[in-house]
Design a protein around this ligand. Structure first.
Ligand code: ASP
Length: 441
């Protein structure tokens, strides 16, 4: 049995969190590979090391002394090391970095030191080998991960030192220079290690006991999701539920490795298990797995007689939006009209130009624009097979007098998306949650 355990920033924020991590790792000998983020926030008002490193670089860029911020970073690491009685030579690391700060240091290299130093301390603390991501996570010059080369290198390294700690979030370009991933990228590193070593499970340790069925800022005490498929998670994250870095799914999905979200501060909780398929005999079959949504969309309705038989105008409209680099979230088609749903933020300053262009170039019968639309997705793998699920959903909204402005179905019938006025966003989520959950008690 081999488990890859990735710990996020809040799980590594101070010496006390390092102790929790050690307890978790040593509690199960299968936890052989540990991937770490940079130390995160100790409290709501605190700063993440990664943010401080970015800020250090910005100071240098603008010719402002980074001294104050940089010493905050140093302080954080010294505190962890000294409190845990470790001996890692941080003094030399920081002395070297300070010299480089004055010599046009690359932003990626500087920022990657957050993960690097956290991993150095954790490797000493756990007495696990240190494997540098710069030696086995590879990017091509266009910034794409070279998965095959990376998998082979990690497998090779792990042969010599099967118990190791690796910093997440960065790797190396073909010339050896450090390249960081997008924010939250340690999730990807953990998934890559799990794939490379054919792990039995990829544990992603964070500060919540799994994914919740709805945003706790909207629904009071939403239930945690015990099990969810990759596909469902994708639909939920796309609609705004942020739990994992999107790109971390692919490497584990490819090998059908279950991904378990766990809480470092409450290790007894089972968390959420994310899998390709779920053995339903062990879990109660709920109709809805989760509800998520986003506000502020603009809906363009383009009217043209017999549009469904002459689709040229649809293609042309989409081409025009593509040329303006506007993302299209949804398209729905009627007999004499079609709707395109786009994020308002992407067209705020130019929507009237876009409408004028469509009018001028395509000469539709009419165009209508609605903004302040929120989209809410009800996601559930059982919805496709259970008759009446949409009736229940619309019935619940009807009872609360919520006006549905738009309806769409997601891929493979596992989600139903409703468009409502922005002002009804929270009430819609609460109504759907109550409508499904309370009747399933
Ligand atoms: N430390 C990086 C960030 O804050 C990467 C990570 O935590 O995964 O985004």
């Amino acid at each position: 049995m081999l488990k890859v355990a990735k710990f996020g920033g809040s799980s590594l924020a101070d010496a006390a969190q390092f102790r929790r991590v050690k307890d978790i790792v040593t509690a199960d000998p299968a936890r052989m590979c540990v991937v770490v983020s940079a130390a995160g926030k100790r409290s709501k008002k605190d700063n993440k090391i990664t943010d401080l490193l970015y800020l250090t670089h910005a100071h240098i860029n603008y010719g402002v002394s980074p001294e104050d911020i940089f010493s905050l970073i140093e302080q954080r690491y010294y505190e962890i090391r000294d409190e845990l009685g470790l001996t890692y030579d941080l003094e030399s690391e920081f002395a070297r970095l300070r010299t480089e700060l004055n010599r046009d240091i690359s932003i990626d290299y500087l920022v990657s030191r957050g993960e690097y130093l956290t991993a150095r301390l954790m490797s000493e603390y756990l007495n696990y080998a240190f494997i540098d991501a710069a030696d086995c996570v590879f990017f091509s010059y266009d910034g794409q991960l070279d998965y095959n080369k990376t998998y082979a290198a990690i497998a090779q390294k792990a042969l010599k030192t099967p118990r190791f700690v690796m910093p997440g979030f960065y790797g190396a370009l073909p010339n050896g220079h450090i390249r960081v991933m997008t924010r939250g990228g340690s999730d990807i590193t953990g998934a890559i290690v799990a794939n490379a070593l054919d792990a039995d499970i990829y544990e992603n340790w964070t500060d919540v006991s799994g994914i919740l069925m709805a945003d706790p800022k909207v629904v009071k005490n939403p239930r945690p999701i015990a099990a969810i498929t990759y596909q469902e998670l994708r639909e939920l994250s796309y609609m705004g539920a942020s739990v994992l870095h999107e790109e971390s799914i692919l490497p584990v999905k490819e090998k059908n490795i279950p991904l378990n979200i766990r809480n470092t501060n409450s290790p007894g909780d089972a968390g959420t298990m994310i899998m390709e398929t779920i053995d339903e005999s062990s879990a109660p079959a709920r109709m809805i797995t989760g509800i998520a949504g986003r506000r502020s969309f603009t809906v363009l309705t383009i009217y043209q007689k017999h549009i469904s038989t002459d689709t040229r105008i649809i293609r042309k409209t989409l081409e025009m939006l593509e040329a303006c680099k506007v993302e299209v979230e949804h398209i729905t088609l009627g007999v004499d009209s079609f709707n395109v749903v786009i994020p308002t933020a992407q067209v705020r300053d130019r929507i009237y130009d876009i409408i004028a262009d469509i009018k001028h170039q395509l000469q539709p019968d009419r165009i209508k624009m609605d903004d302040n639309i929120a989209l809410i997705a009800c996601v559930g793998r059982h919805m496709a097979s259970v008759p009446g699920s949409s009736a229940r959903l619309f019935g619940a909204l009807g009872e609360k007098n919520i006006n549905i402005r738009m309806i769409a179905q997601g891929s493979e019938e596992i989600s139903i998306i409703v468009g409502v006025d922005n002002k009804d966003f929270e009430q819609t989520i609460r109504t759907l949650y109550d409508g499904f959950m309370n009747r399933e008690e």
